[in-house]
Design a protein around this ligand. Structure first.
Ligand code: AP5
Ligand code: MG
Length: 223
């Protein structure tokens, strides 16, 4: 799976509870390493926005803080990573989220690649606070917070799209998402640890400090 060949694709997989900063960090790294940022949550929200058949199926599940079926997620990811823009690698944010998803991913993605799983650790109490303050662009998925809002209220700095609060950021749904994370996603920490491709980072530091640690770690692996 991993070797020292710097010419092979770079696959970054973010693991971490809701609100741990996966999207914030993934967007920056994707830009730096010039590889696409693939967020399963963003893809589903796009389907919901356009009321597609997938959107209609997943809307209530997401708003309840539950996971979408492994089959539907896997089909979507398999199609997405076949696209040409993924040939040099990609950043996965929100996938895999169950051990079944990880096992199936390694069946259809069997190419030689540098695979780095970055786990962001943040305490549950801080997660609830962050989710309450989060604002997201409906158009380009840029992430803001009440403490770091867009320059003009309600309007995205990057694309002038509408900035809104995600319906699944209500405190009761965040609590449910955290429980789902601990029961269904956290087992992936051990799964990736056994494959010796996981490294954990303290996600409760300021955004730039987390970014600097992630970038330093990746650069040491690929250069
Ligand atoms: P998804 O969209 O992936 O949500 P999530 O994993 O719950 O994670 P979040 O997007 O809430 O948080 P994040 O870690 O990206 O944090 P962010 O950077 O925004 O999934 C949504 C739903 O889709 C799921 O519940 C499920 O239903 C479904 N789904 C998706 N993928 C699936 C899959 N594979 N299988 C099945 N179902 C799936 O940061 C949060 C806030 O904190 C922001 O306001 C940000 O500005 C702020 N912040 C970030 N970093 C810092 C920092 N260091 N200091 C201070 N504030 C910070
Ligand atoms: Mg996210």
């Amino acid at each position: 799976m991993n070797s020292n060949n710097k010419d092979q694709p770079l696959i970054i997989i973010f693991l971490g509870p809701p609100g741990s900063g996966k999207g914030t960090q993934a967007q920056r790294l994707a830009q730096i390493y010039q590889i696409p940022h693939i967020s399963t949550g963003d893809i589903f929200r796009e389907h919901i926005k356009h009321s597609t058949s997938i959107g209609k199926k997943v809307r209530e599940v997401i708003q309840a803080g539950q996971l979408i079926s492994d089959g539907m997620v896997l089909e979507m990811i398999e199609e997405r990573i076949k696209l040409n823009d993924c040939k040099n690698g990609f950043v996965l944010d929100g996938f895999p989220r169950t051990v079944v998803q990880a096992e199936e991913f390694f069946k259809f993605f069997d190419a030689q690649a540098m695979i780095l799983v970055l786990c962001l650790e943040v305490a549950d109490e801080l997660i609830i606070e962050r989710a309450e303050g989060r604002l997201v662009c409906k158009q380009c998925s840029a992430i803001y917070n009440k403490e770091a809002p867009p320059a003009i209220e309600g309007i995205c700095d990057k694309c002038q799209g509408e900035v809104y609060r995600r319906p699944d950021d209500k405190p009761e749904v965040v609590k449910e998402r955290l429980e789902v994370y601990h029961s269904q996603t956290q087992p992936l920490v051990q799964y990736f640890d056994e494959k010796k491709i996981l490294t954990s980072f303290e996600g409760d530091q300021p955004r730039d400090a987390v970014h600097a640690e992630l970038k330093k770690y990746i650069d040491q692996r690929i250069r």
